[in-house]
Ligand binder design. Structure first.
Ligand code: IMP
Length: 424
């Protein structure tokens, strides 16, 4: 099958950027299909660290074409900032980066509304304040502005002015926030739109052409299935289908085109922002894991909440997305812990045991994980390249996860560098 996909099995930050970077060398086209600049994909190449929010990680391979497809909500200023940063570091994007004319734009008023809502909410979601929710809301309300509209800058400026003025009424009258300076905002965004114009094209036609000629397409999921707007811990989710379910509407590729689906999970679990997290570890052990895994958001710098591996959540994603291969990342960060509990079921407040992830956030917040404990392992795993060179307890841990999640292990990552991987 020429189309494969990498998706997160947890609450995002599973280390998908590194895995995509690794596999992108086999692909001719790498596509971001949902989310926006809320994502932060970190790729370490030698001494250099690249954090990409919108541009697919495949851009670091010189012969790869990169597509930001229609399911993405795109902040033009962020995208252009990334283009500039890459070009300054010798990574050329001209002729290799394409933006869908159907992708909706994230505009300054979306960011302002996101910020105002979060600061006023009784129970904030803990968003990345990148304007994601308001931009998808405008898309669904059919008032959004799409990237293709930059082809006519006069009309674009008029639409932007109208939307910013409308947002200003919402910001001031309802949300108690300051209004945006309409003239300056329109000027700034039109300048960005002018620079964006050469990148904008019909990426669905581009992808269909690639499919017809058998080119290898790689789809790079952002966030993770537990943040999916339909199947995550709603309302503590992002506003897109952050799973394989976003592929069809986010690219225009037919579902049957999809071949391999790689599900990426950390050897433990993390979450940023509010919302249920059944296996969360509070206290010094959680802090130790945070330091060992350097669990601080790549987009916001926020400390991530840390927890044990959750098979119930992982199975939820595997079933929804038809995951065909499992990738475990950051195994090295668990080194030195005496015991490794893994949640294999939940106990509900009514005393029942379940292996189904609850639909409601209140229910998910109320469950108690049922753990099986495995012995921990010690030693620096960073130099290990073969499964049989891992400590026996680490092998046992991986085999346990593989059996419980029910998907064949395809890759294990033991460090930040491109080559710090084990192919089982
Ligand atoms: P938003 O996507 O900025 O609206 O944020 C909604 C929720 O998704 C918040 O809990 C964020 O912390 C979370 N989130 C969004 N993008 C990411 C990501 O790339 N990694 C991890 N969490 C994310």
């Amino acid at each position: 099958m020429p189309v494969s996909c990498v998706v997160g099995l947890q609450w995002g930050d599973e280390g998908k950027g590194k895995i995509v970077d690794l596999l992108a060398r086999e692909a001719e086209i790498v596509v971001r299909f949902q989310g926006g600049a809320n994502a932060g994909h970190t790729v370490q190449v030698g001494a250099e660290t690249f954090v990409l929010h919108l541009i697919p990680s495949g851009i670091l391979h010189p012969r790869t074409t990169c597509v930001v497809s229609n399911g993405v909500v795109l902040d033009p200023e962020v995208l252009l900032g990334e283009v500039d940063a890459l070009e300054q570091r010798g990574v050329g994007v001209q002729g290799r980066l394409f933006v869908s004319d159907r992708a909706h734009l994230v505009l300054p008023h979306h960011v302002a509304i996101d910020r105002a809502r979060e600061s006023r909410a009784a129970c904030p979601i803990g968003t990345t304040v990148r304007g994601i929710g308001p931009a998808y809301a405008d898309k669904a309300a059919r008032v959004g502005i799409r990237a293709g509209e930059v082809r006519d800058l006069d009309r674009f400026a008029a639409r932007l002015r109208e939307n910013t003025e409308y947002a200003n009424r919402l910001l001031t009258a309802v949300l108690g926030a300051l209004p945006l300076d309409v003239g300056a905002t329109v000027q700034r965004v039109v300048d960005a739109a002018r620079r964006l114009r050469p990148l904008v094209t019909d990426t669905t036609a581009l992808l269909h052409e690639a499919l017809a000629t058998g080119r290898r397409i790689f789809l790079e999921g952002a966030q993770g299935v537990m943040l999916d707007v339909d199947f995550g811990t709603y309302p503590f989710v992002t506003s897109s289908n952050a799973s394989v379910l976003g592929v069809g509407p986010g690219t225009g590729l037919p579902p049957r085109a999809l071949g391999e689906v790689l599900g990426v999970a950390k050897a433990y679990a993390t979450r940023v922002g509010a919302g249920p997290f059944p296996t969360e570890i509070v206290g010094p052990l959680g802090e130790r894991l945070r330091q060992a895994g350097q669990e601080f958001g790549s987009t916001t710098g926020r400390p991530r909440r840390c927890g044990w591996f959750d098979v119930v959540a992982a199975r939820h994603g595997v079933r929804l997305m038809g995951v065909s291969g499992l990738v475990i990342t950051k195994l090295d960060a668990l080194s030195g812990l005496e015991r490794l509990p893994v949640a294999v079921a939940y106990r509900t407040p009514a005393g029942d045991t379940t292996t189904v992830f609850p639909a409601g956030s209140a229910e998910a917040a109320a469950v108690e994980p049922v753990y099986e404990e495995l012995p921990g392992f010690v030693g620096d795993l960073g130099g290990v390249r073969r499964l049989d060179a891992l400590p026996a307890e680490a092998r046992r841990y991986l085999a346990f996860l593989e059996a419980k999640v029910g998907v064949k292990l395809r890759l294990v990552s033991v460090g930040k560098e491109r080559d710090q991987v084990i192919h089982p």
